[in-house]
Design a protein around this ligand. Structure first.
Ligand SMILES: NC(=O)C1=CN([C@@H]2O[C@H](COP(=O)(O)OP(=O)(O)OC[C@H]3O[C@@H](n4cnc5c(N)ncnc54)[C@H](O)[C@@H]3O)[C@@H](O)[C@H]2O)[C@@H](O)CC1
Ligand SMILES: [K+]
Length: 508
């Protein structure tokens, strides 16, 4: 599903209006009506009646005026507060404002602090607040009286529906511009907006409904839109042919583990095999091969020369030889950062010509020399801390500028990046950016990343490349986690539980 920026939405709207001839006032009508439908549904469900609609001076406010008309016609008690001088409202919004004034619907301007008391009282007596202050036209920090109003709404405990995007959230990047409405639900028009696909915007939007307002969806093809939300259609699994054998489903080499971290290697290898690849070869330090072999029935294990239970430069030759027998190599889970591991990882990456997946300690190993991955066929799977080390950007800044951080990184290093988080962002320079919304907080647990690496690597050897392998892996990892959480709950969920549910997630 495509995700659009403010500018892209304006472009699409302009094509709809100017090239197709859809009157802009019709789009506003559809937007306002769909908001009223959701509002009515909520009010009917709790047998309530009183609605406060907060409208700004732009078209977002215009949608609010239309919603007011429909709700009034359905018998609800509607109060509209315009946070602007009414004389400043123009165009379609003005037409709709005039209509509701003519109909006798309550409309009041809120321009001064003294008027806030009455607004606060009205919100207190209301059952629902509709937020139509700012939409995609927000172009600066929220200040003055709007700030007070947003504070009143957020402190009221009332059910809030935001029109298009919670007012105060930047539609392009999800930033809170000074302050923002905390909505229970957001009815967003025609396409999901970038600002509510990632945090912090996600937190403010509540439940998001993408509403059809009559713009043909294929207009998005006319613009160079690179952002997508992963949907089930993006990760369709091909049916397996009857006459096949394990060699048809790829061979993977996983380089993982050290004497204190055998579990990471085991989880990664088992995830890869459960995700469908034909053969998984697991290279571990010799010191731990015995334990690994006894517990991993479906995996071929190799014990390589080691130093103190970890890989070292002396293990590189064997890895390169093993790599000749596979389609791709995953390096990282449980390697540790001790001894010569860093040098070992760098040497392997430099000399390997296979598609690579780098995770965990392999990412830490290259964080002082990221340039070495330029030109390589690599998927990197950092969490926020690892991304911070790779990019030199603080975790806070990454969280506040997810898109920018990802775009800068992939444009500089020309790799596929999987930036893990509650909304994992995946992308590379040529195939665009994908955001995942499967998964749950229970998956923030040790070993969850090792499972993901196994899954992505497994798809990589099953003839999916770069971004495709990554989105399949991330989506089904989240789905398996969601199914596991239904059984175990979020608190007790472990990486082993995610592993257990991989087959069921993929079967669905
Ligand atoms: N894109 C579409 O196809 C459609 C859009 N519609 C609505 O139109 C909205 C966009 O309308 P507009 O472009 O008029 O923009 P908005 O209604 O979001 O707001 C623009 C107005 O707010 C002012 N403003 C911006 N930031 C401010 C701030 N921080 N403090 C005070 N004032 C501020 C601007 O100067 C401008 O006057 C969408 O979000 C959506 O709700 C719908 O009417 C239907 C169709
Ligand atoms: K809004």
């Amino acid at each position: 599903m495509k995700i659009v920026s403010n500018g892209e939405m304006r472009e699409i709207e302009s094509i709809a209006i100017n090239s197709l001839g859809i009157p802009s006032v019709c789009l506003m009508e559809n937007a306002g009506r769909v908001v009223a439908e959701h509002a009515s549904e909520y009010l009917f469900s709790c047998k309530r009646n009183n609605v406060v609609i907060l409208c700004g001076k732009g078209n977002n406010g215009g949608d609010g005026f239309v919603a007011a008309r429909y709700l009034f016609n359905r018998g609800f008690d509607v109060k509209v507060f315009v946070v602007s001088s009414i004389g400043l409202i123009s165009g379609d919004a003005k037409k709709n404002l005039d209509i509701i004034i003519n109909m006798g619907i309550y409309v009041a301007e809120i321009l001064q602090k003294e008027q806030l008391k009455f607004l606060e009282k009205s919100i207190k007596e209301s059952d629902l607040v509709i937020d139509a202050l700012y939409g995609t036209g927000l172009d600066r920090e929220v200040s003055g009286i709007s700030r007070d109003i947003i504070d009143i709404v957020n402190g009221s405990g009332k059910y809030v529906i935001s029109v298009d995007i919670p007012s105060g959230i930047n539609g392009d990047n999800g930033h809170v511009e000074g302050c923002a409405i905390k909505a229970n639900a957001t009815i967003t028009m025609q396409f999901l907006k970038k600002g509510i696909a990632v945090y912090p915007g996600v937190d403010y939007a509540g439940k998001v409904v993408v509403a059809d307002i009559g713009i043909p969806n294929n207009l998005v093809d006319n613009i160079k839109c690179r952002y997508n939300m992963i949907s089930q259609d993006d990760v369709a699994l091909p049916k397996r042919m009857r006459n096949t054998h394990k060699g048809d489903y790829g061979k993977l080499l996983i380089v993982a583990g050290s004497k204190d971290m055998t579990g990471a290697a085991a989880l990664c290898a088992m995830s890869a095999i459960k995700t469908g690849c034909g053969i998984v070869k697991l290279a571990v330090p010799k010191a731990i091969q015995g334990i690994m072999q006894s517990s991993l029935k479906e995996i071929i294990t190799y014990g390589l020369n080691d130093k103190d239970g970890a890989f070292y430069l002396g293990s590189v030759g064997e890895i390169l030889e093993l790599a000749n027998t596979v389609d791709a190599v995953a390096i990282g889970p449980g390697l540790t950062c001790s001894g010569d591991v860093k040098e070992f990882v760098k040497e392997v990456i430099l000399r390997l010509e296979k598609p690579l997946v780098l995770d965990a300690d392999a990412l830490n190993a290259i964080s002082d020399s990221v340039d070495m991955i330029i030109g390589k066929d690599v998927i990197l799977t950092p969490h926020m801390g690892e991304m911070s080390r790779l990019s030199g950007v603080s975790v806070d800044d990454i969280n506040n500028n997810i898109y920018e951080t990802v775009e800068k990184f992939i444009s500089k290093y020309k790799v596929t990046l999987v930036l893990k988080g509650s909304r994992t962002v995946i992308g590379n320079d040529t195939e665009g950016i994908y955001i995942n919304c499967t998964g749950n907080p229970g998956m923030a647990t040790a070993g969850s990343g090792d499972v993901l690496t196994g899954m992505i690597s497994s798809f990589l050897v099953q003839r999916l490349k770069g971004v495709k392998a990554a989105i399949y892996g991330v989506y089904y990892h989240g789905k398996a986690g969601d199914m596991a959480s239904e059984k175990y709950g979020e608190y007790g969920l472990t990486a082993t539980n995610i592993l257990e549910y991989i087959p069921y997630a993929m079967k669905m």
